[in-house]
Design a protein around this ligand. Structure first.
Ligand code: 5GP
Ligand code: ZN
Length: 125
């Protein structure tokens, strides 16, 4: 029996022309970069929820961190490593890392990313 692979909406590619974060990674949309590595970039969230609120995104396009973990676990480790560096550089190294996966979790931008929240006493949830 021949199995065919369905076209997935979870695109995994270098750049998605319709993706806001791909455009930021490519420098097509200007934003305040705070750190960069070979595989990830970090920039301030446009609607900050804490004194330090930085988004860390892989340079390659994956719909969310679940897709990223499956396709390129090292890139996910690099995202967390850059998040840790940002929290040390911009705050005291203590931070909350949030990755929303799917609309029910509040995900609105479908390019994998981690929120780094730091710089204050964060409330519980
Ligand atoms: P999500 O809700 O998908 O986990 O997080 C997306 C985040 O992207 C939101 O916190 C939102 O404020 C941020 N965001 C949306 N558009 C822009 C933008 O154009 N520039 C920046 N720096 N952040 C954005
Ligand atoms: Zn993208």
């Amino acid at each position: 029996m021949v199995r065919t692979t369905e076209t997935s909406t979870d695109q995994t590619e270098e750049m998605n022309a319709d993706c806001l974060f791909c455009k930021i990674v490519a420098g097509e949309i200007r934003t305040e970069m705070v750190a960069e590595s070979d595989t990830a970039v970090a920039f301030r969230d446009i609607n900050p929820k804490a004194p330090v609120h930085v988004l860390v995104v892989p340079r390659s396009h994956h719909a969310d961190v679940s897709a990223l973990a499956g396709a390129d676990p090292q890139a996910l480790a690099d995202v967390i490593g850059l998040a840790d560096q940002v929290a040390s550089d911009l705050a005291d190294g203590q931070y909350r890392l949030i990755c929303n996966v799917g609309p029910k979790a509040g995900q609105t931008i479908f390019h994998a990313h981690a929120h780094v929240l730091a710089g204050t006493q964060l409330s519980g949830f």
